[in-house]
Design a protein around this ligand. Structure first.
Ligand code: TNX
Length: 575
């Protein structure tokens, strides 16, 4: 192998995110043109991904005769083959897998199809980078019977956290379906398993909503959401002189996104941000406007103009207006119906600064009341609601603070059926720290996106041509060197679902900008989400982070082969 040993934690083969345990052995497996791929029923997605990469990248013969991808009912490894086995008894958790590469064959074993997908992703990193190139076969040796020598290895692997997400803001600037799927494909290879889509905001509405199923007394014409606000986007001359992209996903497009993500083992979390960040809805459906709900809305003329700047906090849905609940019920129900298998819905809840009580929690808080109600709509469909950290006050009514002292207002810990998930982005304010403490006690679960470590829309260095800087410079080591436990006081390991990187699109225009902001920093988030905590005594910190730089370098060669954009940041021995 071309790689060199850099530390005991970085074997000569670099896999990112680093597997839980990785033993390298002298002799590996020689992959031939004629090596059969034996995939057990239930792992077809994994088989399709691997077979396609082997064909396009290494030049496997494309006829089925010479590339037998066959079922494997026997459920046992076959000598000389690459075998993928489903082994429900495996005790590495729902996403765990093992990988063995020996002269006798390659055996991937997983308890579920998700584990199988991860096993394939790891195997791809044991093959030459050319395997990632959609045209790699064109420049590889044409007649060679030997396609690659896979190093000898025994890997046992499973993630630390079940939620390893990426949020893409398609509201400020739209990403057409094919571009979005290109990003999904790139991040799925890093074992990212959640795509959180920020679908609506002040500047645009990106998902078609029809009038089907509209309540009888509801007069909103929902088609206007995209007909009007699908045609607006962020408009800032400051960044590259380019305005944001307009456009929207039809329901057919959205189903395509769901199907693709499903084939990659990824959950899609749609976000309908409320009650703030709703300028696009107010502009498209003036019936939602009340005096004050946008900066120009007056009693005489309660309308909202297109809002294409980047100042936040000026729009909100009036919790007391009957039109608000009809609108939200219709939109949320239709979004949930689009994905019968969906598990979670994000309700936003951030920055409703123009509302009279901001995000208060006491009795009579219109903010908390509306969000609590919206959470209920989501729960009625058997889904779990998520909110940004401000939404901590949207607790079930029975556990909201009342006239009683705060202590007795705390609900039953672990009351999952009635609780929500909070995505923590702002760990600064004391007000929100106290709220998160309360929420944790009441059984809320947490997704960690601290802006200093996971906001990949921040600049990566002072000269970066893209990115905001309100949370400071977020470089590659800031993306890797943090722990979800301890980032919020009072939120312990057992309350944490996982981590999520965000790409807000105030400055991003199109897929190449999104990739530029994401990569390589997402390699850090992927490791924080997958790998075990570093020992507290600091003993392995330097070694592990040093190994990370080498894993990034090796991964860079793969991204380059795949045609994925990334920044050659300093501190990595890029090849
Ligand atoms: C804060 S984080 C926001 C977004 C902005 C982002 C820019 C959060 C929940 N709200 O509306 O796009 O900062 O970094």
């Amino acid at each position: 192998m071309e790689d060199t040993v850099v530390s005991p934690l970085s074997p000569p083969v670099h896999v990112l995110p680093a597997p839980r345990s990785f033993e390298v052995s002298e002799a590996g497996f020689t992959l031939l043109r004629t090596t059969p791929l034996l995939f057990q029923a239930g792992t077809e997605d994994s088989a399709a991904i691997l077979a396609q990469k082997l064909r396009d990248g290494l030049g496997w013969p494309s006829s089925a005769e010479r590339l037998p991808v066959v079922g494997n009912r026997a459920g046992a490894p076959v000598a000389g083959a690459l075998t993928l086995l489903l082994d429900p008894g495996q005790d590495l958790g729902p996403e765990g897998y093992t990988l063995d590469s020996t002269p006798e064959g390659i055996v991937l074993r997983a308890a579920t199809r998700l584990g199988a997908l991860h096993a394939v992703r790891t195997l791809l990193q044991l093959l030459p980078p050319r395997v990632m190139d959609p045209e790699g076969a064109l420049w590889g040796p044409a007649d060679d019977e030997v396609l690659a020598v896979v190093p000898g290895a025994h890997i046992e692997d499973a993630p630390r956290w079940s939620h390893r997400g990426v949020m893409i803001d398609v509201a400020r600037s739209f990403l057409p379906v094919d571009d979005l799927l290109r990003v999904v494909e790139a991040v799925s290879l890093l074992k990212i398993n959640v795509l959180h889509l920020h679908l609506v905001d002040d500047q645009g509405w990106r998902l078609e909503i029809t009038n089907e199923g509209r309540a009888e007394d509801d007069t909103h014409d929902y088609t206007q959401l995209t007909e009007v606000s699908g045609r607006t986007a962020v408009a800032l001359p400051a960044w590259n002189g380019r305005p944001g992209r307009t456009g929207w996903y039809t329901q057919e497009d959205y189903r395509r996104i769901l199907a693709f993500c499903h084939s990659r083992g990824m959950e899609v979390i749609p976000e309908i941000d409320l009650p703030g960040h709703v300028g696009a809805a107010l502009h498209a459906l003036p019936g939602l406007c009340t005096p004050g709900s946008s900066h120009t809305s007056t009693p005489e003329e309660p309308t909202a103009p297109a809002d294409c700047g980047i100042v936040v906090g000026y729009s909100y849905l009036d919790p007391h207006a009957p039109a608000t609940r009809a609108f939200l019920r219709h939109v949320l129900t239709q979004v949930m119906d689009l994905d019968p298998e969906g598990r979670r819905v994000h309700l936003g809840g951030d920055e409703p600064w123009a509302m009279a009580d901001r995000y208060g929690a006491g009795p009579g808080s219109a903010y908390a009341e509306l969000l609590t109600w919206a959470c209920e709509v989501v729960r009625e469909h058997g889904r779990v609601p998520i909110g940004w950290n401000e939404a901590w006050s949207a607790q079930p009514a029975q556990s909201l603070p009342s006239a009683q002292p705060a202590q007795s207002a705390v609900g039953t810990p672990g009351d999952a059926a009635a609780s929500m998930q909070l995505q923590v982005w702002d760990v600064r304010g004391e007000e929100s720290a106290e709220g998160q403490r309360l929420a944790a006690e009441r059984g809320a679960r947490f997704i960690m996106s601290p802006s200093r470590h996971a906001y990949l829309d921040m600049i990566w260095d002072a000269q970066a041509p893209l990115g905001l800087d309100w949370a400071g410079v977020l470089d590659l080591s800031a993306a890797r060197d943090w722990d979800p436990v301890g980032s919020v006081e009072a939120v312990g390991e057992s309350s944490i679902e996982g981590v999520e990187a965000t790409v807000w699109s105030e400055t991003a225009r199109g897929v190449e900008d999104v990739e530029t902001l994401l990569l390589p920093r997402l390699l850090g988030t992927a490791e924080v989400g997958w790998c075990q905590a570093l020992p507290e005594d600091g003993s392995e910190r330097a070694l592990t982070l040093d190994g990370f730089a080498h894993r990034c370098a090796a991964y860079g060669a793969r991204m380059r082969a795949a045609g994925t954009r990334f920044v050659l940041v300093p501190g990595v021995p890029w090849r």
